[in-house]
Design a protein around this ligand. Sequence first.
Ligand code: PMP
Length: 414
Amino acid sequence: MAETVANISTVDFDKIRKDFPVLDQQVNGRPLVYLDNGASSQMPVQVADRIDHYHRREHSNVHRGIHTLSQKATDAFEETRKKVRDFIGAGSENEIIYTTGTTDSINLVANSFGKLYFKEGDQIILTEMEHHANIVPWQMIAEQTGAEIKVIPVDDNGDLDMKAYKSLLSEKTKMVAVVHVSNALGTVNPVKEITDLAHNSGAAVLVDGAQAVPHQPVDVQEIGCDFYAFSAHKMCGPTGFGILYGKKEYLDAMPPYRGGGDMIDKVSFEETTYNVAPFKFEAGTPPIAAGIGLGAAIDYLENIGMDVIAEKEAELVNYAVEELQKIDGLRMIGTPRTRASVASFVFDEIHASDMGTILDKRGIAVRTGHHCAQPILRRFNVPATTRASLSFYNTKEDIDRLVDGINYVKSFFE
Ligand code: PMP
């Protein structure tokens, strides 16, 4: 991972906020308070400008063209692979596969790894707090291969029951797929420990890092996991682009996931041979502008420093939880030991969708519903929560506006 030199006290967050023009607008007659960063974060002008430059001056297809413009586009697009490698501490850029997002990355592993390694009676371990993106692809491959799914339970605070995890592990376990940071609860899971235990049992590990990479330094070699997935649009980048990190020995062994141009070595009607990783997993024209945009987003985040971002967001989320807990009748869903950037809550008397709708009328954007994580909401016996998810460009004033808004909503129900 790149060294950062910034210290939080020297970082001008007011100036940083100005990089995000979308935040400077009125919504329903009030200044926007954007607290839905877990769904998608906002894009700074530096990233939007880089994407714009590609469209205006560099647009061309990658990898195939001999002409200058195509080489320029290819260089910019491939530069992102090296930036991602350094950003997450991978050993080689050949371990970085371009996908369309976390969901696509997990589907790739479930299909390719699953078809190669899963057989009748094998087990896949998930946790009770997974996003549907890290449940459904495993269910689909389990159905095809005869493997079965086991689930690590979550305690009343929203932490994993590690004792139960240890007892689930056996020589039947082929894959442990676990979320790094829960999008519904904010729990930061001990992914290194989870990985070490899985490896001791001979299982591979996939970490869903969609909510971790935008908020804290991540080093995949330090974690030791075999696969790590995340999305550009949650880390100041564009939609439609994501990353799968995979260890070389697995990527070399795994079959392609999709067929088409770019992923081949030689094609004839009798036989086709495949390109090497990462290209054998990247069929067809990729989202080039989005890939270049992710490179710019990484530059932007590294310029601030991921450790500075983590510290700033910890300050904000701690303040949010403190202030929310002062509100009468509010119940936090998830009070984990370590929390990142997410605060979810319910009221017995107020439905989350009413809460979200009225907050929106006051210019406050939050997420309400099951957050694509129905099993964990069922675990807490709630159909929906209201979720505030923060980014480094949020302020304590944003949180004060949220608390004011909640009190306003409450006044309707009293
Ligand atoms: N996993 C987690 C933990 C998430 O929060 C999300 C997005 N809400 C996803 C996976 C899916 O990401 P995407 O829709 O970008 O593929």
